[in-house]
Design a protein around this ligand. Structure first.
Ligand code: FMN
Length: 338
């Protein structure tokens, strides 16, 4: 399968919910929630793509070429590339149900592993989504990151026990789901959490905890205080606050504030290896990619996810060649122009 064939398959299979646009930038789908768009006027989604496009990269090919190593170490494991699938749920509600939640999970968990990577998986109003993810995660010796919604802590603690049993290498919470329209429509009680509530979750387990949906220095410091392993600088793909800035634009100040005390992931509008490079230069350890992975899964299942992962990985390597970066630690702020 070629990437073009993957896109053509996806375009037929995803209509009318996702149009598989030439550039996945939130313009055509703005305001479509349920659906794939950004909230309200859609600006928080489009802004994340526009910001990344505005960042430029310095070209320099006078150096001793010793090859390029794209690998990253996280959760005591090594991955071939510094990007993962973002957790996405709602194959029926947001997409058209042409693949089930379970088929989606199968595609992203196994497709990323085949390419040397890993997936973050989602949670939703119906418990079966989370439980299904654990089935696939257990089968791959825990090499994925289940993401729990900010339910009441007693319910989250139950889910933490389940993911421990499945051997998950880490878990995340999309703390920003407190503002999610879909959950409000389903009448499910999610809400903001205090540092104390988050600390209780950290203290309950040895599994590393990643808090997703941090957009400020203050938020990052609170996640650090709660004992999180890492954060995802994210606005939930622009789906929870229409006037949020581009997550990647917040990276330099967040990295400056927390130093190396926490791992920093970022998502929102990352569409190429070049964008992954920019995210790392601005301060991230790794990126998450959301909607394009759904397109890869609809267009080609696990094979499509593997193909897409290697495509983005090859693009990243190409940018490293053009900028004299031997490994990820060479991708520093001075490699980009803001
Ligand atoms: C249809 C859809 C469903 C999503 N479901 C979840 C979810 O269940 N849990 C979660 O943490 N984030 C969810 N997200 C947010 C993504 O994890 C991610 O933050 C966002 O899509 C990244 O932006 P990108 O799609 O521009 O790459 C969802 C996003 C979309 C578009």
């Amino acid at each position: 399968m070629t990437y073009q064939e993957l896109l053509e398959n996806a375009r037929k299979k995803m209509a009318p919910n996702c149009r598989v646009c030439k550039e996945c930038n939130g313009i055509v789908c703005k305001g479509e929630i349920p659906g794939t768009g950004g909230k309200g006027n859609g600006r928080a989604f489009t802004e994340s793509v526009e910001f990344l496009a505005s960042v430029k990269i310095h070209l320099d090919t006078i150096y001793q070429n010793e090859g390029q190593d794209t690998s990253v170490s996280l959760f005591d494991r090594t991955f071939k590339y510094p990007f993962f699938t973002a957790p996405i749920g709602g194959m029926n509600l947001n997409y058209n149900g042409a693949i089930t939640e379970s088929e989606y999970m199968d595609a992203v968990v196994n497709g990323t592993i085949a390419a040397g990577g890993a997936a973050f998986t989602g949670d939703g109003p119906n418990d079966s989504l989370f439980l299904d993810s654990l089935h696939y995660i257990k089968a791959v010796n825990g090499k994925a990151v289940p993401t729990i919604k900010p339910w009441k802590n007693d319910k989250v603690l139950e889910k933490i026990k389940m993911l421990e049993e499945a051997g998950a290498m880490a878990f995340a919470m999309d703390i920003d789901s407190a503002g999610l329209i879909n959950l409000a429509l389903a009448g499910k009680p999610v809400s903001a959490k205090s540092v104390e509530e988050l600390s209780e979750l950290v203290a309950s387990t040895k599994v590393p905890f990643v808090i997703k949906g941090i957009m400020t220095v203050k938020g990052a410091k609170k996640a650090l205080e709660a004992g999180a392993y890492g954060i995802v600088v994210s606005s939930h793909g622009g789906r929870v606050l229409q006037d949020a800035p581009a997550p990647c634009s917040m990276l330099p100040e967040i990295r400056e504030a927390v130093g190396d005390k926490m791992k920093i992931f970022v998502d929102g509008g990352i569409r190429s290896g070049s964008d992954v490079f920019k995210a790392i230069a601005l301060g991230a350890d790794a990126a998450l990619i959301g909607r394009p992975y759904v397109i890869a899964a609809f267009g080609g299942g696990a094979e499509g996810v593997e193909l897409y992962t290697n495509k983005i990985g090859a693009e990243l390597r190409d940018v490293m060649i053009m900028t004299g970066c031997k490994n990820l630690s060479d991708i520093t702020m001075d490699k980009v122009i803001l």
